[in-house]
Design a protein around this ligand. Structure first.
Ligand code: NAD
Length: 294
């Protein structure tokens, strides 16, 4: 049994921490929102008074926070309070500069750290089947596999500090572009009189097949588990996709990497979110592309 300090008990963090507690680890959790701390108690997580208190005896610390500034601020507190023997793991999706800055903060204090953003959404967090994309020393990655294997089913060491965040942003930019292309093609086919299932049967077994189509088909009907069959209830929301596309554009700029479709995807998701659809699943971009206003 290990002691785990878990900071950020929101949509993702709470089920992740709950899986660690269910596996027999002693989990001490902290979230700024009092209601989340109470929900944690019901999942055998011990609520702490502060981030510092949550990590005081930790073997592992996991942070699952909204964005870079939250992670920088919490890690400043964590590195001052966690034992030097702890491994600090940030699983939030954040900008690469912040990821590298908090690695440096931990290194200065002689504490091991890993950036380990995830894919798999709230469903994957609940089921313990997340994919972790990890950046940091290989030896630290090896030390962290115990708790990561409880929360996820696939762990990939992507390289040094920040490499996990880079991999996550590459993946999500590609997913957004694929979903937009799939949506555009399906809208056109339906407008020209094709049946949704027939079009899906062709595209999913032909060269136009994408993971976005076969797992998250944006048109209701063909894929039972798709959010399209649940009035586009997220899943992975359009707002979070916009956040990831914006972060991807930031790194594309710093790397001088041409990203014309990523830039366009970001603008389309910005229009979609500004039109009030940000809380819907990202597959609902199909509605904005079809010119639907609601
Ligand atoms: P969320 O908003 O539900 O949870 C974040 C939690 O952090 C909130 O409960 C908030 O109160 C808490 N928090 C903020 N500042 C804090 C602080 N200083 N100290 C302690 N707690 C603090 O967000 P989420 O959906 O759980 O996402 C968390 C991260 O995971 C984000 O970076 C997101 O991009 C990423 N992510 C989310 C999904 C998803 O499907 N929701 C999928 C993959 C990755």
């Amino acid at each position: 049994m290990a002691h785990v300090g878990f900071i950020g008990l929101g949509n993702m963090g709470l089920p992740m921490a709950a899986n660690l507690a269910a596996a027999g680890h002693a989990v001490s959790g902290f979230d700024l929102a009092a209601a989340n701390a109470e929900a944690a108690r019901a999942k055998a997580i011990t609520p702490a008074e502060s981030a510092a208190a949550a990590v005081a005896n930790a073997d592992f610390v996991v942070t699952m926070l909204p964005a870079g500034p939250h992670v920088r601020s919490v890690w400043a507190e964590v590195v001052a309070s966690a034992p030097k023997s702890a491994v600090l793991i940030d699983s939030s999706t954040i900008d690469v500069d912040s990821a590298r800055a908090v690695h440096a903060l931990a290194t200065e204090q002689g504490i091991a750290s890993l950036d380990a953003p995830v894919s798999g959404g709230v469903g994957g967090a609940e089921a313990g089947t997340l994919t972790f994309m990890c950046g940091g020393d290989a030896e630290v990655f090896a030390r962290a596999t115990g708790p990561l294997e409880i929360m996820g089913s696939r762990l990939i060491h992507c390289g040094g500090a920040g490499a996990g965040q880079v991999a996550k942003l590459c993946n999500n930019m590609s997913l957004a572009i694929a979903m937009i292309g799939t949506s555009e093609a399906m809208n056109m086919g339906l407008k020209l009189g094709l049946d949704a299932q027939t079009l899906f049967d062709v595209m999913s077994t032909s060269s136009g097949a994408t993971w976005a189509l076969t797992h998250h088909c944006p048109i209701p009907g063909p894929v039972a588990a798709s959010a399209a069959n649940k009035d586009y209830k997220a899943g992975f929301s359009g707002s979070l996709m916009l956040k990831d596309l914006s972060l991807a554009q930031e790194v594309a700029k710093t790397a001088d990497s041409a990203s014309p479709l990523g830039a366009l995807a970001m603008q389309l998701f910005r229009m979609h979110v500004n039109a009030g659809h940000g809380d819907l699943d990202y597959a609902a971009i199909v509605k904005t592309l079809a010119g639907e206003t609601a």
